[in-house]
Design a protein around this ligand. Structure first.
Ligand code: DGJ
Length: 754
């Protein structure tokens, strides 16, 4: 008997020359494909890690099928319809939707991309002009680049695969290069395509709307296509660019799941097509709807990156991989690892109605409570008294702020606070100097009506001169005043998509070119102002995607700051994104979005699981409330390193059962500290008993539960749990306070050092 022992599981990429097989071995997964006999690539396996065997040819699915169209005469088994594909084309016997399509000068869409060569190397290449995950040291990842070539149209496709050494991550993207002389039209260019062996999966997606972003939805796969997408010009609140395939029995903590997330902030498609033989084809990439890219001789097109995550530790396992990857190898810059400041934002306190005095009073009061950063939101520029004017005029409204932004920022800095400022760089109002000067700078189609959104228009960021101009205006403000933070907002979707600067045959490139313009501006600002902390925002969380996390390490999670609504939003967001990316604020009650009244404690205990801020008029608070906020901020500062960098566990889902209870926790890397949050929406009369089972701490270590006399072993807390009495019991008995609706509790535990 020959037993292969793998002492340490090493990720790596194998090429079996004889069998022509590629085996990408991740930490716990294997991804295998082969060069087929027509010289195209055929997919063989994606799943739990298997040994590098002598051959995987038994995984071919080449049974002759009665109705199949076949490639070679005399061979009724070789059909692309029955074989699993690696980067499929349409029109040569595969009837499923393809990964790419190229229209040629003669009108043909038929291609034949054959394997040409490949290279395997340490590290991970940058994607020109696009955000992507990265490595800091070459040995953190390995990359495989496969070149495919179509002789007839002299065009090359390079498929890029990177496997990370310590994380169950495989990234993919493709680069098309026209090496011939004809004009080609790339009508579809997906970033990844995977044919799964069966369809016994559920598809998980994060969907919603403004103020209820990233709710979790799950459906069983059915024959045919099921997809989510965006056509709005941004990644959107309606659908996040993420799907996962999980087995029916997979839950938060156990079972297999495959995550797909797109590092892109524009129109996307994530689709699963279940075919007649129950093969499930996952496609993810730029939405081919309303897309076309003209590839002239010598030109290249690089697709954005898709990040695929494998977990056999349930959904939590998948999320922890995404969170670690994005916190440490997607987010960049000086703020990536730095503790984030507790901020106060004046939006819900004043909306557009403020002056310097009002701002300074809020700032001073906030400073006394422990806040570290004051953020001046919308309304400081042009003549912006409401949302009808002034976007694009990024100079101070002296009526409100007679000493300018620099005067105000200096005064705020003198109070001992950092100063942050709101911009909406991609937009213009008709009532503005910018629009008066450059009415053709907006995305529009000549002679057609121009629809507005929130009374504003989208600047044509596909044009370099527009991006240059906005950069100059923003840079002038950032240079002139002591600004430590920028909130970059974006408050409308695109309509009448067109650019007067592009020829007719490039009009379908506008939405993608626009996003490249957004990335370019972000790149210039973050490079030239490396000390500024950027937070992205799009009417709340309409562009909460990995593309923007590359430039801005945090994002405004949602305009909905109601604690109960936030449970669902933050729970869903955590499927993919780390706590270090989620802006979470305590706001006033009745809440401005849903009018709900929740206690200050509950509002904070939800916001602790994110990057904490306050967004209310602190000057109107009672002394008791101020004292409470002081304690909250002190607690947060003491624990923020743990919250920002710890491992996050979802314990009870607001999307399961009646959704009345949510619980989650974060555990430090050394397992010595943890914080858990338990939340109940409605009080129930005379309810049964409940307990909270913790996760991720060390079985054999003894922990102290703060605010109780007890000490407990990790095993006790994880398997027997914490009994929930008192405020959750629903009955007011002697010594036990009834919590009522919207109750929460925070459990802090730390190891007893012996
Ligand atoms: C939408 C954002 O999500 C809010 O936080 C606020 O900045 C407003 N825009 C300001 O117009």
């Amino acid at each position: 008997m020959h037993v292969v022992k793998e002492a340490v599981k090493q990720s790596g990429i194998h090429f079996n020359e004889q069998e022509k097989e590629f085996h990408i071995q991740g930490k716990d997964f294997s991804y295998i494909f082969t060069i087929l006999k027509n010289n195209q690539l055929g997919h063989l396996y994606f799943g739990k890690r298997i040994h590098q065997g002598a051959s995987f040819s038994h995984l071919y699915t080449t049974e002759p099928k009665a109705t199949a169209s076949c490639v070679f005469e005399g061979d009724i088994a070789f059909s692309l319809d029955t074989l699993k594909q690696e980067y499929p084309a349409y029109g040569t016997s595969d009837y499923r939707e393809p990964a790419f399509q190229i229209e040629q000068e003669n009108g043909s869409r038929i291609t034949n991309f054959e394997y040409k060569n490949h290279v395997i190397y340490q590290g991970k290449p940058k994607l020109n002009g696009l955000p992507a995950t990265y490595v800091e040291k070459e040995d953190e990842a390995q990359t495989l680049e496969i070149t495919l070539y179509d002789k007839l149209i002299e065009t090359e496709i390079v498929l890029l695969y990177t496997v990370f050494k310590n994380l169950n991550v495989l990234t993919r993207s493709s680069r098309f290069t026209n090496k011939g002389s004809q004009k080609l039209n790339l009508t579809r260019a997906m970033s990844t395509s995977v044919d799964f062996f069966d369809s016994d999966y559920e598809m998980v997606q994060l969907s919603g709307a403004w103020a209820r972003e990233r709710h979790v939805f799950t459906r069983a796969l059915q024959p045919g296509t099921q997809s989510i997408s965006s056509t709005r010009g941004t990644s959107s609140t309606q659908q996040n660019p993420f799907i996962a395939l999980k087995r029916k029995e997979t839950n938060e903590h156990a079972g297999e799941v495959f995550g797909f997330n797109f590092v892109y902030s524009g129109n996307f498609l994530a689709q699963v097509e279940v075919d007649q033989y129950n093969v499930s084809r996952v496609l993810m990439g730029i939405n081919p709807f309303d897309f076309n890219w003209l590839l002239e001789a010598g030109e290249s097109f690089q697709t954005p990156e898709a990040v695929m995550v494998y977990s056999d530790q349930g959904l939590n396992g998948m999320s922890q991989t995404y969170q670690t990857l994005y916190r440490t190898r997607l987010a960049r810059g000086r703020w990536r690892d730095k503790e984030r400041p507790v901020l106060i934002n004046n939006w819900e306190a004043t909306y557009f109605d403020f002056n310097e005095e009002k701002i300074l009073t809020i700032a001073q009061t906030a400073k006394d409570l422990g806040v570290e950063l004051f953020v001046l939101d919308d309304g400081w520029f042009g003549k912006r008294d409401n949302d009808k004017t002034s976007l694009g005029d990024w100079f101070t409204d002296k009526r409100k702020l007679p000493n300018g932004i620099s005067g105000l920022a200096t005064k705020i800095t003198e109070l001992g606070l950092k100063f942050g400022l709101w911009f909406e760089p991609e937009m213009v109002s008709k009532i503005s100097e910018l629009y008066q000067k450059h009415p053709d700078w907006i995305i529009h189609v000549p002679d057609r009506h121009r629809s507005h959104g929130r009374n504003q228009f989208v600047l044509d960021f596909s044009r370099k001169e527009v991006v240059d101009h906005i950069y100059e205006m923003m840079a002038a403000v950032l240079k002139e005043a002591p600004i430590s933070y920028v909130k970059w907002d974006m408050n409308r979707y695109m309509t009448e998509i067109g650019s007067v600067a592009l020829p007719a045959d490039r009009q379908k490139e506008v939405s993608h070119r626009y996003i490249l313009g957004v990335y370019d501006l972000y790149d210039r600002l973050t490079t030239n102002f490396p000390d500024v902390l950027f937070e992205s925002c799009a009417s709340g969380g309409a562009r909460f995607d990995p593309g923007l996390l590359y430039y801005a390490p945090q994002a405004w999670t949602s305009d909905d700051t109601d604690a109960m609504e936030r449970l669902k939003i933050q729970y869903g967001t955590s499927f993919v994104y780390p706590l270090s990316s989620m802006g979470a604020h305590v706001s006033a009650v009745p809440n401005h979005q849903v009018k709900r009244i929740t206690s200050l404690e509950t509002r904070a205990s939800v916001a602790y699981f994110g990057m904490l801020g306050y967004e209310l008029d602190v000057t109107k608070m009672t002394e008791d409330e101020k004292q409470c906020v002081k304690e909250q901020i002190a607690f947060y500062k003491e624990n923020r390193r743990l919250i920002q960098n710890g491992t996050f566990y979802r314990l009870k889902s607001p999307f399961e059962g009646d959704g009345n209870v949510t619980a989650w926790m974060v555990v430090s890397e050394d397992q010595k500290e943890a914080i858990a949050g338990y939340y109940q929406v409605l009080a129930r009369p005379n309810p049964g008993f409940s307990r909270l089972l913790l996760k991720g701490i060390n079985e054999g270590l003894e922990y102290r539960l703060e605010n109780t006399a007890g000490t407990y072993y990790g095993s006790t807390l994880m398997h027997a749990g914490i009994l929930l009495t008192g405020e959750f019991s629903g009955i007011e008995a002697e010594g036990i306070k009834h919590g009522g609706d919207f109750t929460s509790r925070i459990f802090k535990l730390h190891v007893i050092e012996k």
